[in-house]
Design a protein around this ligand. Structure first.
Ligand SMILES: NC(=O)c1ccc[n+]([C@@H]2O[C@H](COP(=O)([O-])OP(=O)(O)OC[C@H]3O[C@@H](n4cnc5c(N)ncnc54)[C@H](OP(=O)(O)O)[C@@H]3O)[C@@H](O)[C@H]2O)c1
Length: 232
């Protein structure tokens, strides 16, 4: 599989969960892939570069992007996937918790894009993918901070998409429904009426398939938004 041979991709939050599977799939399709996350140790294995990076820290983001450009080349594909997840009603959410959701889910993508976008190729190969959520279009109770942050991430994507018109860089928002990753572990959804059972959730590979679909369309096709939901 070589649809992305010669391309460089950068995926945030690629230490586990959805981001790691997206990185694996991009690599399988032939891309060189830079993986960023706080818990990753620096490591280079063939076409894969792993770097420690907190996406909320401007200097770390800048340093990581510089490193990726030097080591692998300027990214053609950027996937803003790193995310924090909190389920709490508004009145129980602390200022710090609210700020953390906004920091990771909105400020992080902003910092990365500000660093990488000016360098991205404008020959039809550039593509920015935002991993949103079903909550980026739909309010749910108990989602004050996470919901606000994902609406914000969608807002950033939509402004970006307008700013990119005429540049030949594409922008895609992928909005998944509940997906079986470690974010659900502490909530134990199988024991609760108000949350989906894990067996009914999407798999990380379902979300990665949507990303792959978007970034492997011909250059004249821009997939603006994909919402992926479990079959009800
Ligand atoms: N799971 C779901 O039900 C679901 C549904 C819809 C959308 N999503 C979205 O999908 C994305 C991935 O979620 P997931 O379920 O795969 O979560 P996950 O398993 O908790 O993975 C989150 C990833 O983000 C990284 N990360 C968190 N904070 C970071 C920071 N400050 N800087 C850099 N990396 C950071 C984590 O790595 P480190 O801890 O090593 O930094 C990890 O690699 C998120 O944007 C999430 O909102 C998830």
């Amino acid at each position: 599989m070589t649809a992305l041979a010669g391309r460089v991709a950068l995926v945030t939050g690629a230490s586990r969960g959805i981001g790691r599977v997206i990185a694996d799939r991009l690599e399988e399709e032939g891309a060189s892939v830079a993986c960023l996350a706080r818990s990753l140790a620096e490591r280079r294995v063939e076409r894969r570069l792993e770097l420690p990076c907190d996406v909320t820290r401007e200097e770390q983001v800048q340093r990581a992007v510089d490193r990726v450009c030097t080591e692998l080349g300027v990214p053609h594909i950027v996937v803003n996937n790193a995310g924090a997840f909190l389920l709490k009603p508004l009145a129980d959410t602390t200022r710090a918790e609210f700020g953390e959701q906004l920091d990771v889910n909105v400020v992080g993508p902003f910092l990365l894009l500000r660093s990488v976008l000016p360098r991205m190729p404008r020959d039809g190969s550039g593509h920015v993918v935002t991993i949103g959520s079903v909550v980026d279009h739909r309010p749910y109770p108990g989602n004050a901070a996470y919901g606000a942050s994902k609406y914000g991430a969608r807002g950033l994507h939509e402004v970006l998409a307008e700013e990119l018109r005429g540049t030949r860089i594409r922008a895609t928002l992928v909005s998944p429904g509940p997906t079986d990753t470690k974010v659900w572990d502490s909530l134990d959804p199988d024991s609760r009426e108000d949350l989906p059972n894990r067996k009914d959730m999407l798999l990380p590979s379902d979300v990665a398939d949507a990303v792959l679909y978007a970034v492997t369309r011909p250059p004249h096709v821009n997939i603006e938004w994909i919402r992926v939901m479990p079959t009800g």
